[in-house]
Design a protein around this ligand. Structure first.
Ligand SMILES: Cc1ncc(COP(=O)(O)O)c(C=O)c1O
Length: 442
């Protein structure tokens, strides 16, 4: 049993944001399928698949065996200086067959953040190769999240997250509003809203100067920004603007990739092929970290095969053989178990269930989703009770207060700070809508 003193060496302890459970009660010990167990034996439904990662479920022995076999055979060798390895080449070929259009060239990395770094770096090198060195800016969406590195924070549309790093950011990385069906439609149609937001994006590129803009990066469905599901037509509009103004389109499919929206990739809902696609999470279902930036043929073709000069710099663990073996086993399961089709069917059922359960409640303004990415959005007019408590939390708090000893004191202290934080948030919330389900944290 891990006790509080050990946990205190972990950085998670620096953010006490669980409203009622102690550190000890939040140690996850094991998992199977859709269930996880804490070290105290509590069984929890993993409704968010970790952080939208574990697409094939926990405890898949086939992946563990592929990892073990590859670890013994070749645990690591770099892919610098033209070296490669069998699982990496096989996985790149597999991805080329699964991704839409001619997205056929894969550069592997480790995290979703790095996948986006690589996508932006490939875009930059592409323009250098094309003799257009001024093209360096990347336009992103307000509410977009692309990772936790300095480069991806420059394109992050969540101001509270990037504020500490503002002095590090170069100017020109403009953010434009996405089409937000509930907040933004007004009395018009979805189509009009898409046209309005597309015009904003076009204007932003023109304002910056298309000759200086390298790429537009966007999530097909915004996740960390609060599950914003743009109407169909948005990605096609972005694609058209990028083509018109000679700007590359980067789709960040780190969360939406590998079946989460009921298609292998979310761009498929609109038949759009981005120039670069960043993927991670579901590529291995989290069994081993792995990510990738996948480029279209014409981008890869800009780099000659006989060049001895390095272009985009890979990191030490790029194309890690064990991670790629895990990825191959993971994708085999997804195909064998028809998990993408299942996500589409379950998504329809979940959305229907959510609509039936809460769609008519006064608190709920909008229920929508795509595949297993649903959300119910709170009505702007609705206000929570000042302390923002529900009956279950009341019961739990009452039980904690009744329990004697230091744990209860700890809980009470945490309750007070959580309450204070919630009060602050309510005060600052203004008239905007707030999320009631769907897990907006990445
Ligand atoms: C859309 C999106 N892009 C990028 C990232 C960053 O991925 P990672 O945390 O693996 O660096 C995330 C993380 O949740 C994400 O949701």
């Amino acid at each position: 049993m891990i006790d509080g003193n050990m946990i205190r060496h972990l950085w998670t302890h620096k953010t006490q944001d669980h409203p009622w459970l102690s550190d000890e009660e939040l140690v996850i010990d094991r998992a199977e399928g859709v269930w996880v167990w804490t070290q105290t034996g509590k069984k929890l439904l993993d409704g968010f698949a970790g952080l939208a990662v574990v697409n094939v479920g926990h405890g898949r022995r086939e992946i563990a065996e592929a990892i073990a076999e590859q670890t013994v055979k070749l645990a690591y060798y770099p892919t610098t200086r033209q070296f490669s390895n069998r699982p990496a080449a096989e996985l790149a070929a597999k991805l080329a067959s699964l991704t839409p259009g001619d997205l056929t060239y894969t550069m592997f990395a480790v995290s979703g953040s790095e996948a986006n770094e690589r996508s932006m770096q490939i875009a930059r090198h592409y323009w250098l190769r094309k003799g257009r060195p001024n093209k360096h800016k990347v336009i992103a969406l307000q509410g977009g999240y692309h990772g936790a590195t300095a480069g991806t924070f420059a394109v992050c549309g969540l101001p509270h997250m990037v504020e500490p790093y503002a002095p590090l950011h170069v100017p020109g990385f403009a953010k434009v509003a996405p089409p937000h069906p509930f907040r933004d439609r007004g009395l018009g149609t979805d189509e009009e809203m898409v046209q309005r937001r597309a015009a904003d994006l076009r204007e932003a590129i023109l304002r910056e100067g298309p000759e200086t803009v390298s790429a537009v990066i966007l999530e097909p469905i915004l996740s960390s920004g609060g599950i914003i599901v743009p109407p169909l037509g948005w990605l096609r509009a972005v694609r058209a603007i990028c083509d018109e103004l000679e700007v590359l389109m980067i789709a960040d499919e780190v969360i939406t990739g590998f079946g989460r929206t009921g298609r292998w990739f979310a761009v498929e809902h609109e038949g759009v092929v981005p120039d670069l696609m960043s993927v991670a999470k579901g590529i291995t279902s989290g069994y081993v970290p792995l990510s990738a930036s996948i480029a279209r043929r014409h981008l890869a073709d800009a780099f000659p095969d006989d060049s001895t000069q390095e272009n985009v710099h890979p990191n030490t663990y790029a194309a890690h053989p064990v991670a790629c073996a895990a990825g191959l086993a993971n994708l085999r399961i997804m195909e064998q178990d028809h998990l993408v089709e299942n996500a589409a069917a379950m998504g329809t059922r979940l959305l229907g269930g959510l609509r039936a359960a809460v769609g008519k409640r006064a608190i709920v303004g909008d229920v929508r989703g795509r595949g297993l990415r649903p959300r119910a959005r709170r009505q702007a007019r609705w206000r929570p009770r000042p302390q923002g408590v529900g009956p279950r939390r009341d019961r739990l708090r009452a039980r904690q207060r009744a329990a004697p000893g230091p744990a209860a004191v700890h809980h009470r202290r945490r309750d007070r700070s959580a309450r204070a934080r919630r009060r602050r948030e309510h005060r600052g919330a203004g008239a905007g809508d707030r999320e009631v389900s769907g897990g907006s944290r990445h």
